[in-house]
Design a protein around this ligand. Structure first.
Ligand code: G3H
Ligand code: 13P
Ligand code: NA
Ligand code: ZN
Length: 309
């Protein structure tokens, strides 16, 4: 069934594991992810960015997710708006069938972020929809070893508590050193686990969210580069760090880049290996299979959310 994250986060928090939130843009991606969830008997969050909604259109994504639900027995699926940047966008998605929305007011000053988040929470909660917000700056930090830089950009634990109390938001994305995309760290990967622990301890029984949590899996980067791609120096969050975060109150781990890399690596390989093929099914089929395998690996070995239905 189509569900909110309430129940899945409660179980994940208690069981010290995390739910994967995977970004979706088209049929093959949705099928790859939900086929993986079915096989792993894992709850799953399908998330749609503003860009995805513009690319595929709201109605197509809704209908594809409806189809995935019909094709998945009793699999709990949450349909979530990723990085909503306005009240209006969140409202559109709530009215249009989403069960969860993110209002990302992280770029605004603290008080404005609170006011905007509160407005979305009021609208959503009246309609049975849950809300995620973000506090702190996720953008790639050059100098994360510098304590002053960390304090200025990463999530402040005291502010996190005040933010949650004053907004009533259902989950909070925190900034502890991750960033979006395929180039997360120049040198050795670093996450501020001390800060995460502090936030988690100050917000007991409260689900935290980790954005920018792709591992940028080396096998896919290598395959892309082998078959004509150019993504040198790509680096993500090591999987043992994600596993650790899942034990520390992080209940939702966002993954988009790893989907993109798995899909693109597979398509590049197919097209190079069979230059005479021009049937999209012959490269999109294997790409869907690659996504499924990657997601199963995440669920089983990294998120620890397999067999949790
Ligand atoms: O957080 C960003 C997600 O990876 C979605 O990316 O805005 O290009 O769809 P997008
Ligand atoms: P990645 O770029 O690390 O996959 O992060 C995705 C994300 O946070 C979507 O909101
Ligand atoms: Na999100
Ligand atoms: Zn994100």
């Amino acid at each position: 069934p189509l569900v909110t994250t309430k129940e899945m986060f409660k179980k994940a928090y208690e069981g010290k594991y995390a739910i994967g939130a995977f970004n979706v843009n088209n049929m093959e991606i949705i099928q790859g992810i939900t086929d993986a969830a079915k096989e792993e008997q894992s709850p799953v969050i399908l998330q749609v960015s503003a860009g995805a909604r513009k690319y595929a259109k709201h109605i197509y994504l809704i209908k594809l997710v409806e189809a995935a639900l019909a094709d998945s027995d009793d699999l709990p699926i949450c349909l979530h708006l990723d990085h909503g940047d306005s009240y209006e966008l969140c409202k559109d998605c709530i009215d249009g069938g989403f069960t969860s929305v993110m209002i990302d007011g992280s770029k605004y000053p603290f008080e404005e972020n609170i006011a905007l988040t509160k407005k979305v929470v009021d609208y959503a909660h009246n309609r049975g929809v849950v809300v995620e917000a973000e506090l702190g700056k996720l953008a790639g930090i050059e100098d994360a070893v510098n304590v002053d830089v960390r304090d200025a950009t990463f999530t402040d634990p005291d502010q996190a508590v005040e933010f949650v109390e004053r907004t009533g938001v259902d989950s909070l994305a925190v900034a502890i050193g991750t960033s979006h995309g395929a180039y997360k760290f120049k040198g050795t990967p670093y996450l501020d686990f001390e800060r995460l622990e502090k936030i988690s301890n100050m917000l007991p029984d409260y689900p935290l969210v980790l954005h920018g949590a792709s591992t940028v899996m080396p096998e896919f980067v290598k395959k892309c580069n082998e078959f004509g791609g150019q993504i040198p120096g790509a680096q993500g969050v090591p999987e043992d760090m994600l596993f650790r975060a899942g034990k520390m109150g992080v209940c939702k781990i966002n993954i988009d880049t790893d989907l993109r890399l798995a899909m693109t690596a597979s398509i590049r390989e197919q097209l190079i290996n069979d230059p005479s093929n021009f049937d999209p099914r012959k490269y999109l089929g294997p790409a869907r299979t690659a996504i499924k395998g990657m997601v199963q690996h995440k669920m089983r070995d990294v998120l620890n959310c397999s067999h949790k239905i």
